[in-house]
Design a protein around this ligand. Structure first.
Ligand SMILES: [Zn+2]
Length: 299
């Protein structure tokens, strides 16, 4: 099943996500879901939902803005329309991801949801997802393997997570896979598929499907030759595209550039880890869902 779905992802065919975050192959091979398309078929165990987004599983670095020189926090305007929209979706979230826990804060919602990935699989995946009611802030989620033989939930990363907070990077904010105000279930589906790709990487040794990574150091140290290259020609395998060129680079200089551009660290904030592992208090939305730079540096 893992291989079959991985093959489909390589072909840009998006699998079906069933309730509970169970991923199954897309049985209509020629079927390619379109953005915004509504699900019309009923799967036996609940409603299947077509996966969306042309380049999910991409890496796009969003650095935390350097606030050192700022004179004060930008005004944070709570959008009541967003609040009403998101809170109105909570019953469909419970339907698609049963037993999701919800925390309501003035500035947004926290969801703790579980995705099974493959029927009967242990461990499962826990997502802690923050959804702000403030349009200038971004959604953030952290993924953890949880259950089975694991003593503690274990962070899923560092591949395709954001610098520096280790949050899920499941789609490029510019590719319209999910935009502010879009359905929460679709967002959780994108995260589920991201975790599925991690499972594929862990069990079968490669990231399935298209990916983005424009910093050579990351390709050199993390990418396998038989994965898609992360450059602009992202439909080629790394071995047939940038690898040879990357290997001739000065690794020390590449490392310096990588550190300069990313900070080099990807790790969930302590407050997230303490909440997930030790049931400490839920973090505050306003502390973790920062406002991205207005003109983000392109890497
Ligand atoms: Zn390339």
């Amino acid at each position: 099943m893992l291989k079959e779905i991985g093959r489909q992802l390589d072909l840009d065919i998006y699998p079906i996500i069933k309730n509970g975050g169970v991923v199954v192959p897309n049985t209509t091979a020629e079927y390619k879901p379109l953005l915004g398309e509504k699900e019309t078929t009923n799967e036996r165990q609940g409603q299947g939902r077509p996966e969306t987004g042309p380049r999910t599983g991409t890496t796009r670095w969003q650095r935390q803005a350097d606030r050192g020189g700022e004179t004060g926090p930008a005004p944070s305007i709570i959008c009541t329309d967003l609040q009403v929209t998101y809170e109105g979706e909570l019953s469909s979230v419970q339907n698609a991801y049963p037993n999701t826990r919800v925390w309501h804060q003035p500035e947004g919602l926290w969801l703790l949801s579980e995705s099974t990935l493959l029927s009967g699989l242990q461990p499962k995946v826990l997502f802690l997802t923050g959804i702000p009611f403030i349009r200038t802030r971004v959604v953030r989620s952290w993924g953890f393997w949880s259950g089975g033989l694991l003593r503690y939930p274990t962070w899923i990363g560092p591949r395709h997570t954001n610098f520096p907070d280790g949050s899920v990077c499941a789609f490029d904010p510019n590719d319209n896979a999910w935009r502010i105000g879009d359905p929460i279930v679709r967002l959780l589906d994108l995260y589920t598929l991201w975790a599925f790709r991690h499972l594929h990487l862990q069990k079968l040794g490669r990231w399935p499907g298209k990916q983005v990574a424009s910093i050579p150091y990351e390709r050199l140290t993390e990418f396998r030759e038989n994965e898609f290259c992360g450059c602009d020609q992202y439909d080629k395998m790394y071995r047939d595209c940038c690898r040879e060129k990357d290997l001739t680079r000065n690794l020390f200089n590449e490392y310096k550039d990588y550190i300069a551009q990313t900070g080099g660290v990807r790790r969930p904030p302590d407050s997230v880890i303490n909440f997930i592992r030790f049931q400490e208090d839920i973090p505050r939305i306003s502390d973790l869902l920062y406002e991205p730079e207005i003109f983000p540096k392109r890497f």
